[in-house]
Design a protein. Structure first.
Length: 150
């Protein structure tokens, strides 16, 4: 499932960008297959991070996730067309940074508890599934055995 469409790219960046970055055969017409492929790849990339805290694919797409996928797809298209700009790179880096923060639990997507279709409130509470608590530490230095005879 893709989280954004070609129309979303045009809305975010205007109508002039896609003919520049997605015209694969030089005829002045946007290659819809290239755009669809970039959007699918961008959605898959987003899912790799979102899977840490949500069941993917999400059934409801929040606006900020749509923006993230658009920025990643534009970055991929611009790189393929060899017209990559510093702004494309910055937007891509910002999108991936936000995805990382979501995966780490430092940011949240505004999704309802049942938006990913599993009816599980653990997503709303910050985890895709309950995880065991693991406590680790150094081995004890002073025990009854090591202190015996002192």
């Amino acid at each position: 499932m893709t989280y954004a469409t070609q129309s979303d790219i045009e809305t975010a960046y205007g109508p002039r960008l896609l003919p520049v970055i997605a015209d694969r055969d030089g005829d002045g017409v946007v290659d819809a297959d290239a755009v669809a492929g970039a959007l699918a790849d961008a959605s898959d990339e987003a899912d790799t991070y979102l899977a840490m805290v949500h069941t993917v694919p999400l059934t409801t797409v929040p606006g900020n996730l749509r923006r993230i996928v658009v920025d990643i797809a534009v970055y991929r298209l611009a790189g393929s067309a060899e017209v990559l700009t510093e702004e494309h790179r910055r937007r891509y880096d910002d999108a991936v940074d936000l995805l990382k923060r979501i995966a780490e639990g430092k940011a949240k997507l505004p999704v309802s508890a049942d938006s990913d279709g599993d009816g599980d409130l653990t997503d709303e509470l910050g985890g895709g599934s309950p995880r065991p608590v693991v406590v680790t530490g150094n081995e004890r230095l002073f025990t009854r055995q090591t202190l015996r005879g002192l």
